[in-house]
Design a protein around this ligand. Structure first.
Ligand SMILES: [Zn+2]
Length: 234
């Protein structure tokens, strides 16, 4: 299996169909490929604009963050306005090396296109050509679901009224257990017995359920795992 590797792992939030298509190209050509730019956050876009400015003599930046070179009919966009690049919507990938040699004719059967002839590294899905910003935002929201929702120990301590020293000591651990119980109730993960656990967590419960009767202590084995992972007192 050949696949795409991300130069910057934090940029790997890509619309799944686009990522699949690029991986299929890798497989057919029997080569791995490198993605030098995938999803760009605003911070990342600002850094990119700065780099483009430094690397292109005579380039200039507009108020919206976009970077251009040349004037009049010779004017060329080197970096899109902040938040406007398709990289910000998880629907574009910059592919290094051999991928740059591929033509739109070759990419068509994968549903891919290089929309800008002067950027032979930039690929997108054909189906995303000309979609509205509203649609792009919906795609980005679906790709970034769950991302940036993390909380660090200090945030947790502040939120729960503890001393926020960032150290997960006994008080913090105790509070985390309390909160976890509530979270499990909210999410419906407050399992009560092995049968319930199997039915709600296994894709083929019919395989596992009879084992409860066949294997001694199998039910307590399962319940204990959940107790430990769920921090429930025995
Ligand atoms: Zn690009």
């Amino acid at each position: 299996m050949h696949s795409v590797k991300f130069k910057h792992p934090e940029q790997a939030y890509i619309f799944p169909k686009l990522l699949d298509a690029v991986n299929r190209v890798c497989n057919d050509f029997q080569k791995d490929a490198e993605c030098s730019a995938g999803y760009r956050s605003l911070d990342c876009q600002k850094a990119t604009a700065k780099l483009v400015l430094a690397q292109n003599k005579g380039s200039y930046q507009l108020n919206d963050g976009s970077v251009y070179i040349g004037t009049g009919s010779n004017r060329r966009c080197l970096a899109a306005a902040y938040g406007k690049s398709n990289h910000c919507f998880c629907i574009a990938m910059d592919m290094n090396g051999w991928f740059e040699e591929l033509t739109n004719c070759q990419l068509k059967k994968y549903g891919l296109v290089k929309p800008m002839s002067y950027e032979p590294w930039h690929v997108q899905l054909i189906e995303h050509t000309g979609i509205s910003e509203e649609q792009k935002i919906a795609i980005r929201n679906s790709c970034l679901k769950g991302v940036n929702c993390t909380m660090n120990v200090k945030d947790f301590q502040s939120m729960t009224g503890l001393v926020n020293d960032g150290i997960p000591g006994p008080n913090t651990k105790c509070k985390a257990k309390e909160v976890l119980q509530v979270c499990q109730e909210i999410l419906g993960h407050d399992f009560t017995n092995a049968e319930d656990i199997i039915k709600r967590t296994q894709s083929n419960p019919e395989y596992w359920l009879p084992k409860l009767k066949e294997i001694k202590y199998f039910d307590s084995f399962i319940v204990n795992i959940v107790k430990v992972l769920g921090c429930k007192d025995k």
